[in-house]
Design a protein around this ligand. Structure first.
Ligand code: SAH
Ligand code: SF4
Length: 349
């Protein structure tokens, strides 16, 4: 499922310095030019070849004729009035749309990026799921979300989370490439501990992520602690159940010597009972991990967020567990900041 052929010029944002060097060599240019171009794009967010002042005029013109850099177009930019949160709706070069969400938690600016147009996983509570999977994003399209936002005044991204549209581990190779590019010391140089890939639970790919040393941390969207309920909310659980999922998480923590972050949205009357609380405590006490309790942003999928007192109950009851618990601030509900929401609303006009 590749990008359609309507964009004529290859995009350089997804090229590694080594690939750029090869490209320059083929054109009879010194290969060290590649580091310069990489730095202009990734470190300085200069996308216009004409402004790359340390390159010769001829080379600049040649590059501009042959390659693209920033071809995402921000067609909507919504700024929350209630929290430090902004949402971007981007048009891709083939006319498809994706979203990114910027959040400022005080000490660190975070960008939540999309990895696919839509998603194939079909989770019952998620707005993105209603689109189905349109296509995977290419690494350059993932990078461009980050580079675009970083280029804006006042933006200084320190944290990247793959929690926007799509299932990142379903698009493993492009996400792997994007993570390595974000981590590259010549570019954004975002540390492995500051890039988080979130998955609904693709078990073999969790193991692959661990084995291949992709410089990132792992988050798992849990949302239920018994197989029947999780299978109902997240169909992927019918393929790989909770025991297999936790085995893969254990594999991650052993191999990477890093904890896993579990995400849990509390939905009224669905997964917020005392036995869910007990199940969470019991499952999560068995491996190095952290739990993020997340507020459910309303969609029209028929679920309601639990009441605040239920979040407080879970938080208080789990505070003294062997694992850390955080209650994620309710960000950007006024701009439909949850995954896929803005796009689904737009498409309904
Ligand atoms: N596909 C990956 C990453 C994108 S979804 C995954 O599922 O992990 C990122 C997170 O958004 C998931 O934890 C999911 O549970 C959560 N989410 C989906 N819809 C939401 C909503 N309406 N409100 C709050 N969080 C939501
Ligand atoms: Fe896809 Fe994640 Fe939404 Fe599930 S929660 S449909 S995996 S984006």
């Amino acid at each position: 499922m590749q990008k359609s052929a309507c964009d004529s010029r290859p995009n350089l944002c997804g090229h590694t310095p080594v690939e750029l060097a090869e490209l320059f060599r083929e054109r009879g240019e010194a290969s060290w030019r590649s580091d310069q171009v990489f730095q202009w794009i990734h470190k300085k967010q200069i996308f216009d070849f004409g402004e790359m002042s340390n390159l010769g005029k001829g080379l600049r013109e040649q590059l501009a004729g042959e390659f693209a850099t920033m071809d995402l177009v921000a067609v909507r930019h919504a700024v929350s009035r209630i929290s430090d949160c902004e949402k971007f709706l981007f048009r891709l070069s083939d006319g498809e749309h994706i979203e990114s969400v910027w959040m400022d938690f005080g000490d660190r600016q975070t960008l939540c990026v999309s990895s696919q147009v839509g998603c194939a996983m079909g989770c019952s509570f998620c707005a993105t799921a209603t689109m189905g999977l349109k296509r995977h994003l290419q690494a350059d399209e993932i990078l461009q979300q980050v580079l675009y936002v970083q280029s804006l005044p006042g933006k200084d991204l320190r944290n990247i989370v793959f929690m926007g549209m799509g299932e990142p581990l379903h698009n493993f190779d492009e996400v792997d490439r994007a993570v390595r590019l974000l981590n590259d010391p010549l570019g954004m140089a975002i540390g492995a501990r500051r890039i988080t890939v979130s998955t609904s639970g693709l078990v073999p790919q969790i193991r692959r992520l661990a084995d291949e040393g992709v410089p990132c941390r792992l988050a798992v969207s849990l949302n239920a602690v018994n197989d029947p309920l999780r299978g109902e909310l997240m169909p992927i659980n019918r393929k790989w159940g909770l025991d297999e999922l936790f085995d893969a998480c254990r594999y991650w923590t052993d191999k990477r010597k890093d904890r896993v972050t579990f995400e849990y949205i509390l939905m009224d009357g669905v997964n917020d009972a005392e036995e869910d609380l007990k199940g969470l405590r019991s499952r999560l006490s068995r491996l190095p991990c952290k739990l993020n309790l997340i507020y459910y942003n309303p969609t029209d999928r028929g679920y309601r967020s639990s009441e605040t007192r239920v979040y407080d109950r879970f938080f208080e009851a789990l505070r003294n567990s062997p694992f850390a618990v955080t209650l994620r601030q309710n960000m950007g509900t006024d701009i439909s900041a949850a995954c896929g929401q803005l796009l689904v609303e737009e498409s309904r006009g």
